[in-house]
Write a protein that binds this ligand. Structure first.
Ligand SMILES: Nc1ncnc2c1ncn2[C@@H]1O[C@H](COP(=O)(O)OP(=O)(O)OP(=O)(O)O)[C@@H](O)[C@H]1O
Ligand SMILES: [Zn+2]
Ligand SMILES: [Zn+2]
Length: 805
């Protein structure tokens, strides 16, 4: 008997290795084992068993690591598909499906035996045996912590004498509870307040006074919150001695959903449109749920999850990481309480590990999470939902495997028979094209819902959108970055006590050239993407196409209208913030970008400040566009809609459309009508016109025509090879060698495709001090060709890359 094993190795092997199964070893696909690999023993997962081996002289499997299979046959097939599809190391693909922490070093476990011989005489031996007799199976680390230094030789001797057994095992970070130190009031709040007032009257800056005052408001706080008031251990001790407070440790649940559990809130009655959508999605294999923002898509997902659970099966719901807010989790928790498990990147390894096994044991049948939740071991999978399916955060760019969760979900659906539902207000053009050509089903939710306090819903209005031609503003003598219309609207909102967002499209903006008089943007004639200033050019300002490498000198005048106002453009959030403060005197202005909203806490604090009405105007980047639902937000200004359009990426128009629709969707979500101003030098650009008219169809028609003409996805697939090197000559040489080899292989096969572009320096020419080169391949299956070339460690392969920058 032989076993094909996916082996934990840093060698980028895309295939399994064959081992012999020792007689008597009970083995099944999906089990974790130890195998010899070179001079070492490493972990692996059994993928298949077979009677015959193609390889001679195979080595035997060393040991079974865990008798329970960790992957089922569908997941094994999916891991192997990923390795092929993304040209990724097989082990990394298998590891996606394993519980967190598995990839770490296996640990030495020491277990007691059932019938131990008499206790040995050495004190150290006795201590060891007493400890394991009391605690059962322990890790060597634990044992060492308890009894001091213990050598492996000692353990092996004790094993030979029959006192204990030593095994290698999976580190299971379970059972060790986590505690949080807290401070609680031990008197009535009124008494605390009285004492606080006395202390503060005596000394206005008394820390003890402030602590008591805070605790009078909230009588039980984490120690950190009290420390933040300036309290030292000394202060707290004094207050404790005087009987006002006590400190204690509270057990922290490793169940991150605990707070929202316990719910089984009755579902609302679906509208006819929603019910029809759910019926279709339940019947079909793959369905695009195309619904405007606020049209009730989430209720449709909840309904489908209910059906999956009622059928005795499970479901996975994927949402972009940034949308995985406490509110979103609560919505699922309230409905499906105990069945819910949540996976996201902020959980500790221990939490992830616990959740993984809850799902694996079938205790939680609904998984809600960001992209990697697609790998959760849900049994009898009935449903996979991707909300905001157009989001590029579903694509993992680093580390390997560089997978796209949507494609993995589709393949998972194929392998398990689960239905797949792709929901979005602005579907990916590729997904919409699949629906248009009948490869997947499509349902629409066309009505925006306006929920009322009493739980009823009425039809809501989409905000009105005005496109402002910035060339006109210039002609009228307005040189500010805010148009007259936007300025007026913001002033009106401020007077009415409403809020405004000023949205800045910032990425790489300083390197695009635009004519302020006619809106002309230089495009590469063969790639149809914007050419941008070459960051590495030193003598003359050069424009470069970062796809094919074509360059030309930057003209002094606009080639279209001869204007001298043909210049780089783009403004930063800081400048917009400064101007907003100057123009809207007295308004409370905040900035929200990757500098100020670095952590999720900062993000949540900002949302809270907005909700509490402590901010009037917020200036921000794309981070703002997602998920905000503010009652008093009525005005949205897009300061520079063009910048996104000029990114050298064939999806520039699509992203601009999605972003504008999303930002616009933030305004007027409740009963106050919303107004949106899109400032642009290109008021006729199709994505801008379509976003202004809430016309997805119009956008799609123009975009798909462009993709067809220029041969971009869905009419081809793109693969990107990036090479990094600190040395210019060496980097260019290696990049050229690979490009040449690819062309030779393609030509030798007598084929015209894939098209091979480059090598060239990409839009972002260096990362962390290393220079970069890129080769783009475009064709039906560019991966197949890449699979035939030998690439060293410095190469990165990305199939269907999220970014071409
Ligand atoms: N059938 C219904 N009856 C009552 N209220 C509903 C119904 N469907 C949806 N709602 C409410 O309408 C609001 C919008 O619905 P939901 O959040 O499901 O829309 P969505 O399309 O997922 O929104 P978004 O695109 O912003 O994520 C929510 O407050 C929801 O509770
Ligand atoms: Zn011009
Ligand atoms: Zn080009």
């Amino acid at each position: 008997m032989f076993a094909e094993v996916g082996v934990y190795t840093t060698q980028p092997a895309r295939r399994p290795f064959t081992y012999a199964v020792p007689p008597g070893m009970a083995l099944a696909p999906g089990m974790a084992v130890f195998v010899p690999f070179g001079p070492r023993i490493v972990q692996g997962i059994v993928l298949r068993l077979s009677e015959r081996s193609e390889v001679e002289a195979v080595r035997p499997i060393s040991a079974v690591m865990d008798p329970e299979p960790l992957l089922d046959p569908a997941r094994i097939a999916l891991a192997e598909w990923m390795a092929e599809e993304y040209l990724a190391p097989l082990w990394e693909c298998v590891a996606c499906f394993l519980p967190a922490g598995f990839g770490q070093k296996p640990v030495t476990m020491v277990s007691p035996v059932d019938v131990p011989p008499l206790l040995p005489v050495y004190p150290k031996d006795r201590a060891i045996l007493q400890y394991i007799a009391a605690h059962g199976r322990v890790t060597l680390d634990e044992l060492r912590k308890a009894v001091g230094q213990v050598s492996l030789t000692t353990l092996q001797r004790l094993q030979q004498e029959g006192h204990l057994t030593v095994t290698q095992g999976l580190a299971r970070p379970t059972g060790r509870p986590k505690f949080e130190r807290r401070v609680a009031l031990t008197v009535e709040p009124a008494a605390a307040r009285a004492e606080a007032e006395r202390l503060l009257a005596e000394r206005p800056r008394s820390v003890e006074g402030r602590v008591l005052l805070r605790l009078a408001e909230e009588p039980d706080l984490p120690l950190g919150a009290v420390r933040a008031l300036g309290a030292t251990p000394g202060h707290l001790e004094r207050l404790a001695e005087r009987g006002f407070i006590r400190a204690y440790d509270r057990r922290v649940e490793r169940d991150p959903v605990a707070a929202v559990r316990g719910g089984s809130r009755p579902p609302p009655v679906l509208s006819a449109e929603q019910a029809a959508a759910a019926d279709t999605a339940w019947r079909e294999r793959v369905t695009l749920l195309h619904g405007v923002t606020g049209s009730g898509k989430t209720e449709v997902y909840l309904d489908l999850v209910g059906r999956a659970l009622a059928a005795g099966g499970g479901a996975i719901v994927l949402v972009p990481e940034i949308s995985l807010t406490p509110q979103a989790i609560r919505r699922f928790g309230e409905r499906f309480g105990d069945e819910l498990a949540v996976f996201h990147s902020r959980l500790s390894t221990g939490e992830l590990y616990d959740q993984w096994f809850r799902v694996e044991r079938g205790e939680a049948r609904l998984v809600l999470g960001s992209r990697s939740a697609v790998f959760a071991p849900v049994r009898k999978l009935e449903l996979v939902v991707l909300d905001e399916e157009h989001e590029w955060s579903y694509k993992q760019s680093d580390p390997v495997p560089r997978y796209h969760a949507r494609d993995v979900a589709l393949k998972l659906g194929e392998l398990t028979g689960a239905r797949v539902v792709l929901g979005s207000a602005t579907p990916d053009v590729v997904t919409y094209h699949r629906a248009e050509t009948g490869q997947i089903a499509r349902v629409e939710l066309a009505t925006r819902l306006a929920p009322a306090e009493d739980g009823s819903v009425t039809e809501g209005a989409l905000p009105s959108v005005q496109v402002v031609d910035m060339r006109e503003e210039l002609r009228a003598g307005n040189r500010s970055m805010f148009s007259r219309a936007l300025r007026q609207a913001v002033r009106e909102a401020l007077v009415a006590g409403e809020q405004a967002i000023l949205f800045v499209n910032r990425r790489g903006s300083a390197r695009f050239v635009l004519c302020r008089d006619c809106g002309f943007l230089p495009l590469c004639p063969s790639c149809e993407v914007a050419m941008s200033l070459d960051a590495e050019a030193t003598i003359h300002a050069m424009l470069r196409c970062h796809h094919c490498g074509r360059t030309k000198r930057l003209e002094e005048r606009c080639p279209n209208c001869d204007s001298l106002r043909y210049r780089p453009f783009g403004v930063g959030t800081q400048r917009v913030e400064a101007e907003a403060r100057a123009v809207f005197r007295g308004a409370r202005v905040a900035r929200w970008d990757s500098d100020t909203a670095r952590t999720r806490d900062a993000h949540e604090r900002m949302v809270a400040a907005l909700e509490a009405g402590k901010i009037d105007i917020v200036v921000g980047t794309q981070l703002l566009a997602k998920g905000l639902d503010l009652e008093r937000l009525t005005v949205v200004g897009v300061v520079d809609a063009d910048v996104g359009l000029s990114l050298p990426d064939y999806r520039a128009a699509e992203r601009t459309y999605q972003l504008l629709s999303q930002v616009a969707g933030r305004a007027g979500r409740r009963d106050r009508p919303g107004r949106v101003y899109i400032q642009t030098y290109e008021p006729e650009a199709p994505p801008i016109v379509a976003a202004a008219e809430h016309d997805y169809r119009g956008f799609y028609e123009s975009e798909i025509a462009h993709r067809r003409r220029a041969g971009y996805p869905p009419f081809s697939r793109i693969a990107r090879l990036v090479y990094r090197h600190h040395d210019e000559a060496a980097g260019l040489e290696e990049a050229s060698r690979v490009a040449r080899e690819l062309r030779v292989l393609r030509d030798a096969a007598g084929r015209a495709e894939p098209e091979i572009l480059g090598p060239t320096r990409p839009f972002i020419p260096r990362v962390r001090g290393e220079l970069r080169w890129q080769i783009l391949l475009r064709g039906r299956a560019p991966g197949t060709l890449i699979g035939q070339v030998r690439l060293g460690e410095r190469w990165q392969v990305d199939i269907d890359p999220a970014s071409l920058l």
